[in-house]
Design a protein around this ligand. Sequence first.
Ligand code: NYM
Length: 212
Amino acid sequence: MACKRGALIVLEGVDKAGKTTQCKKLVQALQQSGRPAEMMRFPDRTTTIGQLISAYLEKKSELEDHTVHLLFSANRWEMVPSMKKKLDQGITLVVDRYAFSGAAFTSAKPGFCLDWCMKPDVGLPKPDLVMFLQLSPSEAALRGQFGEERYETSVFQRAVQQKFEQLMKDPSVNWQVIDASQNIEGVHNSIMDHSLNAINTAQDQLLGELWK
Ligand code: NYM
């Protein structure tokens, strides 16, 4: 019998919600329970496209807004062959941000609509589960100062949060909202429960296409 496919699991949320910490903990917990799992993140700053994006985020270069949006999408598409290969091999992928960040961040800029922002990512591998780490702006502020990168202001993050709320109304995506104000272990336990369910369900299903 062919090996069962891995699940595509995405963590989303505004900055400071704890996505990276939780992705790492989830991968570790899955591996320790004997389930093959790997972490990925977007943007993936290691590729040629990722380096252009990284310089833009660090304010070392300027890029026109549509252009950088398309680069973020291209940075996902360039990883699709290796993502599909790993999923086919039974490896569960835990992804720190995906197309939802792409659509939410650009559409929070003036002159962009969500619909246009979603288009370049239509047809990407569809996550089996997207967990949104929910944290109010006031709680995020308690976690310290924002960094120096582009988009790291509380005004912009509020606009991004509203765009995520619009995206979460889409019933074609398996969204789960996680209360990120709990302690690290509490958040991890919720994430682990949802992930084990998704892994069990995904193994007998074909990988879908996002927003199609
Ligand atoms: N970001 C991330 C986008 O604007 N579009 C995208 O498609 C993705 C994946 O990049 N502020 C933004 C969100 C973050 C920034 O992410 C870098 P990180 O997780 O801090 O490296």
